[in-house]
Design a protein around this ligand. Structure first.
Ligand code: ARG
Length: 464
């Protein structure tokens, strides 16, 4: 995968040989009657031409195969009237936008919302207490347990980027140490709205209890793992990375979301020729791919591609795999977090892609060791401009990589994770999806924009 693309091999090279033995009729000699050195030169030239032709042909073919058809994901679809010109790429808009909330109040983070002050949440790592901050209100507030329920807990965990809620509790206020003047947030009994506009600030909690909340674990590596100046990934560095195989043959990457849920690309699993779910094996907790024993793979129970996935445009390139047996989480196997609902990510955000894909575009072989590469997010306007992808990106896609080329994901990395560290955890921001060639200048990697598809992920994982 992450490849440092070398130049194309030059056809030919130094050739030595002898003239055909005397007396052997040589068609070239018969027709041209050329003396030996000239004939040899002509032969060499012919051979070189043939090689160059074949190389160019293969290159064009490979390019065509990897290139999604033009005209898909039209600019209109994205609210752009025209494809931005090459120089118009300077980006102010976020690459990843906080997903719209269900209520009347969209925004989030620090934005004002219909005159209601916006609220952000966090869970204290020390005691699992839910804390909230209101804009224009100093400090963090605790949350009263009155009018609290499991659906609010689930909504909150999901909004914070967790797949699910694992536990919630009303903790007696007198059992926790609160500072003098501590203020509280009380939910108002209001159904179906967003999490934004349903709170009142109080100086105490009537119920005498406050909310403690635990969400599913994700986004942390075990202990201190680091890589120094290399592209081989250290064991445990990307514990959510899995290899999605047919038998023990690597097909795609994938990411662990929960012990029995894997997120991958729809194009990896969407074809009439694909075998049934149990023929797919997921290998987790591995770094080297060399000698995989099929017994170490976990069979897939169910494959759920996004219903709007399009094979031609690669729009909605996302699929969930439910495993037959849950994975045992360990230092080597963990889940990645999802993007939180109200978080914008800007161009230039440093993110990492990992996978066992080709390490150079012309070498059709998956890597023996998991590779990683730093690929900054690229603004969508720039990536859709006339000198890059010419309006082919839809709202479900984002770009990451380097416009000068050289570092990129490649074939075999598809389905794998693009993760960004947000200061507290690793979040799965993208899924390797497509690109024109690999590591070519002006053709960075295109990824499924996970933040845009969170409602679908939550719906599928909750109903199953
Ligand atoms: N579609 C490819 C796969 O199935 C991934 C291509 C990614 N290409 C890129 N240039 N980033 O493995």
């Amino acid at each position: 995968m992450p490849s440092t693309a070398p130049g194309w091999p030059s056809p030919g090279g130094e050739q030595r040989g002898h003239c055909p033995a005397q007396g052997t009729p040589d068609p070239a000699e018969l027709s041209f009657g050329a003396p030996c050195p000239v004939r040899r030169l002509l032969l060499l030239l012919g051979l070189a031409g043939l090689l160059a032709g074949t190389a160019a042909g293969t290159w064009l073919l490979v390019k065509r195969v990897k290139e999604p058809p033009a005209g898909q994901g039209s600019p209109q679809e994205q609210g752009l009237d025209v494809i931005p010109a090459c120089e118009e790429g300077e980006e102010e808009e976020p690459v990843v936008r906080g997903a719209p909330s269900t209520g009347p109040c969209t925004g989030g983070g620090s934005s004002q919302c219909n005159g209601t002050p916006s609220v952000s949440f966090r869970i204290s790592t020390a005691n699992s207490l839910l804390e909230a901050r209101l804009e224009a209100h100093p400090g963090w507030l605790l949350v009263c347990h009155g009018h609290w329920g499991p659906s609010l807990g689930t909504l909150l965990c999901q909004q914070l980027g967790y797949l699910s809620m694992t536990r919630q509790q009303g903790v007696k206020l007198r059992d926790v140490r609160v500072s003098a003047g501590q203020r509280f947030l009380q939910a108002t009994p209001r159904q179906g709205g967003s999490l934004q506009d349903m709170w009142q600030v109080r100086s105490s909690c009537q119920s005498g209890r406050i909310v403690a909340l635990q969400c599913s674990e994700c986004g942390l590596q075990a202990g201190a793992v680091r890589v120094v100046g290399g592209t081989d990934a250290a064991p445990g560095r990307w514990p959510w990375q899995v290899s999605v195989c047919q038998g023990s043959r690597h097909r795609c990457g994938g990411s662990v979301l929960a012990p029995e849920w894997i997120l991958t690309a729809a194009h990896c699993v969407h074809s009439f020729r694909q075998p049934p779910a149990p023929a797919w094996l997921v290998f987790a907790g591995i770094v080297t791919h060399g000698s995989l024993q099929p017994e170490a793979g976990v069979p897939v129970r169910e494959i759920i591609p996004h219903p709007l996935y399009s094979d031609s445009s690669l729009d909605y390139d996302i699929a969930l795999m439910r495993l037959q047996v849950p994975l045992n989480f360990s230092g080597a196997i963990r889940a990645a977090c999802l993007p939180p609902s109200p978080q914008d990510l800007l161009q230039g955000t440093q993110c990492w892609v990992s996978g066992w894909g080709y390490t150079s575009p012309e070498q059709a072989q998956v890597a023996g060791t998991l590779k990683e590469a730093l690929v900054p997010l690229i603004g969508t306007r720039r990536c859709n401009s006339s000198c890059v992808y010419k309006g082919e990106l839809t709202a479900r896609m984002l770009c990451a990589g380097h416009l000068q080329g050289r570092v990129d994901a490649c074939q075999g990395d598809s389905g794998g994770p693009l993760v960004c560290w947000d200061g507290s955890m690793w979040r799965l921001v993208g899924i390797v999806s497509w690109g024109q060639g690999c590591a070519e200048p002006n053709h960075p990697g295109v990824y499924t924009n996970v933040a845009q598809l969170l409602p679908w992920i939550h719906r599928v994982t909750q109903i199953h």
